[in-house]
Design a protein around this ligand. Structure first.
Ligand code: FDA
Ligand code: NAD
Length: 497
């Protein structure tokens, strides 16, 4: 089988791969140096569109700030980097830059010591620097052996192929009955999208309220009321334990643990994701289910970086380490890793021991992360000196790389609602504003207060400036002792920070 070799390889072709490519472009990657290997058939795109405008009926119009939420989104409309207000990277962009997009190619074996990847078709890829950007896979009900969970018309949503299957079934089952299993992000966004398609939607989830990872009971009460007013039925405190299918193998009924049986023509399951790290098991340090990195997304293996959903990284603001499964972090971590990976200093030694070629370590100088490579003198060509000069020059120009100092940012949009959350949802929570689901213009929020400081802020229906204000609160962590006063002040507290 043919073997291909690149200076940089990104494994995964999702959000972080796309943003990494843009950063490589900015850093001046040379033609032929970078390859993106993806099992998807299309160039990197903004995954959030799949659970929103991608599923809306043709010709529908949902007004939101981001273009790809208006009308029915289709590629090439939402290739990265439109989601953060940047220019779209179309397949031609990669071609112009000499970045190889190796699509429809699943890597099935990774040997980090030998710096080799092998695809399902047996192709071999060698790299000097690897960026792991494999994202997450959905958790399936068949993983827990739920009876009948392999019936036809039971869907999951992660990639564009999954979304295409959903679009087909929506067209084919007009006015049909849908059961949504799960009350998290997918559950809430998909039940809205399918309701907009005029389907009869019932949500089922085990917790006492939706999105318990983030929402308080007070926040959830608004969304549950709003969804009910839109005709979405909600069944809480139980789970799907089995499915009955007809003679074609198509799902017809969902059996719940509490004994109820629901009719269903379509089932959509959103019961969580898990980071795709199995290829690297035993080869790289893991933590909290992900690949452990430093604040520059370097893993425990030299020349290997991990970004996006798979990275467990130091969260400077909270002095702990976390994994984040959201798009803002996917974008920012990718940019950070590329800045670091293409900023290196070589230390030339007189050693002639070839094994020293692999001896690399990292130090932080003035907040900049620098890889120190020990290279035997006899191969220290002009190129090495050129790179030393370039790195020193970047330093002189003040181009140091700060440690990743991430402020968690999550958001969602459904129906004509739109919320944003910044910071940490720990401690006591206060609710403020108009959270009546029947209100013509609901606008409400929450603050989370820990150790006398506001550490997290949530806002539904905020303007861009108001969203900026709550982000600032979460970053600055202003003191708040009187919670009643904070409730009364509400959004104006954030706006004056
Ligand atoms: P991502 O999943 O984007 O990309 C991983 C890529 O790696 C895929 O192309 C995959 O095929 C490929 N891959 C995996 N294994 C491979 C292998 N062995 N060989 C080759 N290729 C391989 N977040 C948010 O903040 N707001 C939002 O509104 C949404 N909405 C949303 C909707 C839907 C439907 C999903 C599934 C997710 C979201 N998210 C979100 C989450 C967000 O999209 C997610 O956190 C980022 O896409 C993560 O980016 P990554 O690059 O890490 O993975
Ligand atoms: P999630 O973790 O947000 O929610 C999973 C939900 O399923 C939870 O309510 C959970 O308790 C429930 N659940 C668990 N087991 C169940 C069972 N057996 N039966 C019924 N319900 C069960 O995960 P998700 O909604 O599947 O999302 C998957 C991934 O996609 C996540 O990484 C998420 O961050 C990402 N995503 C993010 C957004 C966004 O940020 N707006 C949108 C869509 C997807």
């Amino acid at each position: 089988m043919a073997e291909k070799s690149f200076k940089y390889v990104i494994i995964g072709g999702g959000v972080s791969a796309g943003y990494a490519a843009r950063e490589f472009g900015k850093q001046g990657v040379k033609p032929g140096e970078l390859a993106i290997i993806s099992k998807e058939a299309v160039a990197p795109y903004e995954r959030p569109a799949l659970s929103k405008a991608y599923l809306f009926p043709e010709g529908s119009f949902v007004h939101h700030e981001n273009l790809f939420d208006v009308g029915t989104a289709r590629l090439p409309g939402f290739h990265v980097c439109v989601g953060s207000g940047g220019e779209r990277l179309l397949p031609e962009w990669y071609k112009e830059k000499g970045i190889e997009l190796i699509l429809s190619t699943e890597i099935v074996k990774a040997d980090l010591a030998a710096k080799t990847l092998v695809s399902a078709a047996g192709e071999i890829f060698k790299y000097h620097i690897l960026i792991i950007a494999t994202g997450s896979a959905v958790i399936r009900l068949t993983d827990f052996g739920v009876q009948g969970a392999d019936a036809k018309n039971i869907f999951y949503l992660r990639e564009i192929d999954d979304a295409d299957k959903l679009v087909e079934v929506i067209k084919g089952k007009k006015n049909g009955k849908v059961v949504i299993v799960g009350g998290g992000y997918i559950g809430l966004e998909l039940s809205a999208a399918l309701r907009i398609n005029n389907l009869d939607v019932t949500m089922v989830y085990p917790e006492p309220w939706c999105m318990p990872r983030l929402f308080t009971a007070g926040i959830a009460a608004f969304y549950e009321g709003y969804y009910a007013n839109k005709g979405v039925k909600i069944i809480k405190g139980t789970v799907a334990v089995g499915f009955n299918a007809d003679s074609n193998g198509e799902v017809k009924e969902v059996k719940l643990k509490d004994g109820r049986v629901l009719e269903a023509d379509i089932v959509v399951v959103g019961v969580g994701g898990r980071p795709l790290v199995t290829l690297f098991k035993g080869q790289v340090e893991e933590e909290k289910g992900g690949i452990k990195t430093d604040a520059f997304f370097k893993t425990s293996v030299s020349d290997v970086y991990a970004v996006g959903d798979v990275a467990t990284f130091p969260m400077k603001l909270y002095n702990d380490i976390r994994r984040v499964e959201h798009v803002d972090h996917a974008r920012k971590s990718a940019e950070q890793a590329v800045k670091v990976g293409s900023f290196r200093v070589f230390v030339v030694s007189s050693s002639s021991n070839p094994s020293e070629l692999n001896l690399s370590r990292s130090i932080s100088v003035n907040g900049a992360f620098i890889s120190l490579f020990t290279i035997p003198l006899e191969i220290s060509t002009r190129r090495v000196f050129r790179e030393i000069f370039a790195a020193i020059k970047s330093n002189e120009e003040g181009k140091t790389i700060d440690v990743y100092d991430y402020l968690p940012f999550f958001y969602s949009r459904s129906f004509d609602l739109s919320w944003q959350f910044y910071g940490d949802n720990v401690g006591d929570a206060v609710l403020f504003g108009d959270n009546d689901p029947a209100s013509p213009n609901p606008k409400f929020g929450s603050y989370w207060i820990k150790d006398g400081k506001v550490v997290g802020a949530f806002l539904e229906g905020g303007s861009p400036d108001e969203n900026k204000a709550i982000a600032k609160v979460a970053r600055v962590q202003p003191p708040a002792v009187n919670l009643d006063l904070l409730t009364k002040e509400g959004l104006s507290f954030a706006c004056k920070i």
